[in-house]
Design a protein around this ligand. Structure first.
Ligand code: GRF
Length: 194
C-alpha cells in the first residue's frame, strides 16, 4: 500500500481558518495526495480549531511563548510523522530547529504578490491597505518556502487578481482569499511531486 504523506497545518489565533479548511477538504477529496495529520494553534478556542475538530483532524494547542516551544513543537511534529508543514495564518517566525528538521518542507501563504507588500507587520488588512494606498492595479497571493525571515523564501505558486477602482481592503481581501483557495493546494501538489 502506498502511504500518503502527513501534513501539519499551523494556524494563528486570529485567522478564519479558511486556508486550513481548504487544505483539509482537498486532502479528503483527492485535490492533494496527502493527509492532514495535525493542526496546531497557539490558542484553543479559535474558529480554526473548532473547524479542524469538526473534520476529525487531531489538534494541539501550543502557545508561541510556551517554555521549550521549539522542542515541544518538533516532538509533536515527529510523533505525528509529519513530512510537510503548512503555515496558514501563523503569526510568528518559526524556530530555526523546525526549519532545520524540515528542509524545503515548510510553506506559507501570504495575501500579496511577494516580494511586494511582505515583511514584519504585513498581515491581513494591513497588506490590502498598503496595496490600495500604492494604487496597484493587481494584487494576489503567494505560497512560498519559509525561511528564518518574514515572507522571504522562494515563491512556489502565485496567483494574481485585479485591484478594482472601488475596492476597499475588505473587497480586495475577499478576492485575494478566493485566489488563496486555488493557490495553496496547487503549491502543495507541486512540492509533493518535486
Ligand atoms: C491568509 O490571508 C494568509 O494569506 C495569511 O493569513 C491569512 C489566514 O487566513 N498568511 P485564514 O485563517 O486561512 O482564513
Amino acid at each position: 500500500m502506498i502511504t500518503r504523506p502527513n501534513i501539519a497545518i499551523l494556524v494563528g489565533s486570529q485567522g478564519r481558518g479558511s486556508n486550513m479548511i481548504n487544505i483539509i477538504r482537498a486532502s479528503k477529496n483527492g485535490g492533494i495526495p496527502a493527509n492532514v495529520g495535525l493542526v496546531i494553534s497557539p490558542k484553543a478556542d479559535t474558529p480554526a480549531i473548532f473547524a479542524a475538530q469538526a473534520e476529525n483532524i487531531p489538534t494541539l494547542t501550543l502557545p508561541y511563548k510556551s517554555e521549550n516551544y521549539a522542542n515541544k513543537l518538533l516532538t509533536e511534529l515527529q510523533n505525528a510523522n509529519i513530512s510537510l508543514i503548512c503555515l496558514a495564518g501563523y503569526m510568528t517566525l518559526l524556530p530555526r530547529e523546525i526549519l532545520e528538521a524540515f528542509p524545503r518542507a515548510v510553506l506559507n501563504i501570504h495575501p500579496a504578490l511577494l516580494p511586494k507588500f511582505g515583511g514584519k507587520g504585513m498581515f491581513g488588512v494591513h497588506v490590502h491597505n498598503a496595496v490600495l494606498r500604492a494604487q496597484e492595479t493587481e494584487s494576489g497571493c503567494t505560497v512560498h518556502y519559509v525561511t528564518e525571515h518574514y515572507d522571504e523564501g522562494a515563491p512556489i505558486t502565485q496567483i494574481s487578481v485585479p485591484v478594482l477602482p472601488n475596492d476597499t481592503p475588505e473587497t480586495l481581501g475577499a478576492r485575494v482569499n478566493l485566489a488563496e483557495m486555488e493557490a495553496y493546494p496547487k503549491a502543495i501538489c507541486k512540492v509533493l511531486s518535486s
